[in-house]
Design a protein around this ligand. Sequence first.
Ligand SMILES: [Zn+2]
Length: 470
Amino acid sequence: MKYRIFFIALLIPLTVYSQKKPAKQTMVKVQKTSLSREQEMQLGKEAAAQVEREMDVVKSQEVETWLNQIGQQLAKTPQANAYPYYFKLINEDSINAFALPGGPMFVHTGLIKAADNEGEVAGVLAHEMSHVALRHGAAQMSKQQTWGSIFGAIGALGGALGNGGQCTLWCQAVQMGAGLGGNSMLMKFSRGYERDSDLNGARMMAAAGYNPIELGNFFQKLEAKQGTAGQPKGLEAWFSSHPSPGNRVTYVSEDIQFYPKASYPTSTGNFARVKQTVASLAPPKLKPAALVQQAQGGTPRSDLPQGFKDYRARGFAIVYPASWQAGQPQGSGSLYVIPQGGAKQSQNNGVELLTGAMIDYYVPQSGAATPDAANLDKTTNEFLQSLAKGDSSLKADKPARATVGGKAALRTKLTTKTSNQTDQVVYLYTVPREAGLWYLVLAAAPTQISEFDPVFNQMAQSVTFPEGQN
Ligand SMILES: [Zn+2]
């Protein structure tokens, strides 16, 4: 209640400016980091590609244009530190927005829904852009000791960066536990960094012609909703990555007193229309990376074959022998379901399947149709060709019709060699799904295949897909 009264008081600017002026304006500094600007941008680019794989980035020309209109006004200010910022919309109802090192920024639809005016959205952009401009993510990364040797190695690799064969900056960041999401080192900031981003963001807003107090207002408004019945989705996560450094409105107001007297006329005038567009968007589509993740809650299947366990992902379920292990290496990417010793670290820091199962989605080349029963042969063939490109020993039999999880599927027998040059037999099941071509790989040495066949059949037959998902 206290906050609400205070918030109403803020609507009268005089209240804000009548605050006592501190003797000196607070200094905000750009953090030191061992990453060069080029490395920061490379890291951000790779992390952004990962965001696009994991989340439903909306192709709404109208909203994207609007975000960029606001963002580019802010980007022109000296406080933005001349990074190549760009702005995209994520179809996700939780409150969130984040900027990656070097400038890619993503805004959730939930955040636009929670905002009451364009200035508040500009405030969030300015705050997030300030984390980039002040190099907060990069500074946190380079505090990790391992970076020293990693960057030594990368220097030696030179042009090999990002060309597929080597573990890229982002791949190494993930191995260090950076990843995406609320706990990521790239996005979770200390209270000191939060305050610096608020102050730098407020200065950025004023320089771009937005009323800087909106930045403090929006954060404070969300803080007031914490723990209430009307708490928006994702608010806890939002504040765990942007911890409150104290009364934001107070110290932003104090800072504003040092700005040259100005009016704040900037506005696209399109906020109401954009809000309508955002409200009318279809529900988000789950992307492959999310569909492979283990489902939370729900009831496990009870009719499992003896000695088998159930793995329930968001996009499918499969059983596997109780003595095996199921998981995603480094917390993301393909699902491996393997017996002891069934996989090994590959040369390019990936994971190579030796014996057991691997499950993921193949997304057809951009522009190609969503996989469906009608183009199953074609998309499977495209997938086989892409596999053959990376594996010169691969030989494929003619795909045979099969049924997986009640859906039309193909089963293709392949032979190849592991990186140890031992022979390998692979059964590949492919099923068309909306998010991509779902596939199950079952692999074993030819000498062991008759031993594994019953297990493999049991696994393939156990697959189900959730109702209502295509
Ligand atoms: Zn922050």
